[in-house]
Design a protein around this ligand. Structure first.
Ligand code: CA2
Length: 153
């Protein structure tokens, strides 16, 4: 079998996952999260991916179970994952287990510098199973995450 024929159909797709409340981006608390909307972030991600010959699949959900299903499905569709799990970052063993199970390179992104915020935001269940973590770079962090994945994939 040639190398090309072993490639899965979705191997140039990067899954971009946004968790709870990130649908509110650009509509509330601009001093904290900036003025870009979720649609802006998804466009930024798509453009960054395109520059490297990748495409993105973008999903936002306020429901942990939906996020788990999307991560499981990525196993057969995506080459890597960019994830901002929102507050679930600090609570969800289930999301960590899902990321570990799919064995795809993942980058954890946070718009804000969580280490400058409340103590409970300093711990992430996801960081130990992610290849890289980008915090505090604003929405630029999504582009940096895709640049990184394109480099290592
Ligand atoms: O800095 C980040 O990206 C966070 O993942 C954002 C989460 C927070 O719980 C994490 O600790 C850090 C909160 C997402 C809420 O998003 C909003 C956006 C605009 C307005 C209101 C909420």
């Amino acid at each position: 079998m040639t190398e090309a024929s072993t490639e899965t159909a979705g191997s140039r797709t990067i899954l971009v996952v946004n968790g709870p409340n990130l649908n509110l981006l650009g509509t509330r608390e601009p001093e904290k999260y900036g003025t870009s909307t979720l649609a802006d972030v998804e466009q930024l991600a798509a453009e960054a991916a395109k520059a490297h010959g990748f495409t993105v699949e973008c999903v936002q959900s306020n429901h942990e179970g939906v996020l788990l299903d999307v991560i499981h499905a990525a196993r057969n569709k995506a080459a890597g994952i960019v994830i901002n799990a929102g507050a679930l970052t600090h609570t969800s063993v289930a999301l960590r287990d899902a990321l570990a199970a799919v064995q795809l390179p993942a980058v954890e992104v946070h718009i804000t510098n969580v280490h400058q915020r409340e103590e409970f935001r300093h711990h992430s269940y996801l960081s130990p199973v992610c290849a890289a973590v980008i915090v505090g770079a604003g929405v630029l962090g999504y582009k940096l995450a895709i640049d990184y994945l394109a480099e290592v994939l």
